[in-house]
Design a binder for this molecule. Structure first.
Ligand code: HEM
Length: 349
């Protein structure tokens, strides 16, 4: 009985939190997120070749290494969650600007900047001063997904680049591997994204890799409890592999923190729904992923995971919709004070 009361009270707290966040975010949703500044034909007259150029460059990048798709997709996510999709994540540190790249949640964890530089150079030589870095990153993220087997969606365009970055917001807005489900949900809701968006967008982890520092606690913690590693030889050898890649903290001299492995160990380079199958097996590499299926607070998220594991089309449709929604998180300040950067790494002088 005592445990039921505890459970019920957690549900009530959860519902209350959701309610408060929805109220807080309603005005943000109405004012900014469904952004009327964006349109599908924004560059039709000024730079009709923009999408073709991005596609060609992304084809080269993904052909040389499919991992590049993951790098670009994550960059876009980390751009949009910190003061909107405004290219702020692309800015380098300067004497007058503290960029987001070296903030704790991004340092050593974001790559792909050179790919964006290359795309920007090609676009500048064709249509100088027209296309924002924020738009380039948004189109590139769509192409990244498509080129490794994922869905296509039309990308609304017309973002402006910010003239500043928000180092501190990387800490408050970006979810982390060890964060609990409720806290992650609230971070998505405060960006105007729903629980369904969150579970679908987490499906991005069907490609790309995580570093040991982000999954050590999990493999020496509750991995055995959630997975079938006690009874299945395959799962048990997977866990052993992970442990040899990522030794316990007391046995290392700090050198293994950046060792990487795929988050989807079934089809690591393919954008498909196998990430959700990994969660059903209880073998999510990072804790926050496994929580979607295994947390006792995740009644709704568990159902969504099961749905996407059973139905690739449902996952693809929702992922595409949620990516448009995430890409439409805008920084209203950029419509007053924004610009089209000449180089994605620096604000114009
Ligand atoms: C739901 C909350 C999320 C959390 C807690 C989270 C956390 C992480 C962590 C810890 C990593 C490994 C980073 C590293 O070790 O260097 C990672 C990688 C990645 N994340 Fe997420 N993520 C979340 C949502 C998303 C979303 C919404 C997207 C995109 C739509 C995304 C795309 C990626 C990709 C593609 C990678 C692989 C990057 C690479 O290969 O370098 N993540 N994420």
């Amino acid at each position: 009985m005592a445990s039921i009361n505890f459970f019920q009270s957690r549900i009530m707290i959860f519902k209350f939190l959701i309610f408060v966040f929805i109220c807080n975010c309603l005005s943000k949703l109405i004012n900014g997120i469904s952004d009327s500044h964006l349109s599908l034909d924004y560059y039709k007259k000024t730079c009709p070749s923009v999408e073709g150029i991005v596609r060609k460059e992304m084809e080269c990048a993904c052909l040389s290494d499919p991992r590049n798709a993951a790098l670009i997709l994550r960059l876009h996510f980390h751009d949009c969650f910190v003061q909107g999709c405004d290219g702020s994540v692309l800015l380098d540190d300067t004497v007058t600007l503290k960029g987001e790249k070296n903030a704790p949640n991004n340092k050593n964890a974001l790559k792909g900047f050179r790919i964006i530089d290359k795309i920007k150079n090609s676009i500048e030589s064709e249509c100088p001063g027209i296309v924002s870095c924020a738009d380039i990153l948004t189109i590139a993220a769509r192409d990244a997904v498509l080129l490794v087997g994922g869905p296509y969606w039309d990308v609304p365009l017309g973002r402006k680049d910010s003239r500043n970055a928000a180092y501190e917001l990387t800490d408050t807005n970006l979810p982390t591997a060890d964060e609990g489900l409720i806290s992650i949900i609230s971070k998505f809701i405060s960006q105007g994204l729903s629980v369904t968006d969150m579970v679908a967008l987490s499906g991005a982890h069907t490609i790309g890799k995580a570093r040991c520092v982000n999954f050590r606690k999990r493999i020496y913690g509750d991995f055995k409890m959630t997975s079938t590693s006690m009874i299945s030889p395959i799962s048990s050898s997977y866990l052993s592999e992970l442990k040899s890649l990522c030794p316990p903290i007391d046995q290392i001299n700090g050198s293994s923190d950046n060792n990487e492995t795929s988050m989807d160990n079934i089809t690591p380079d393919l954008f498909d729904n196998s990430y959700y199958h990994v969660l059903l097996k209880g073998e999510g590499l990072i804790n926050s992923d496994q929580e979607l299926y295994s947390s006792f607070l995740g009644i709704q998220t568990k159902k969504i995971v099961e749905k996407y594991a059973a139905n690739t089309i449902a996952f693809f449709e929702q992922f595409a919709q949620s990516m448009v929604k995430m890409g439409n998180i805008t920084n209203p300040e950029t419509y007053v004070n924004g610009e089209i950067r000449k180089s994605c790494r620096f604000v114009n002088t």
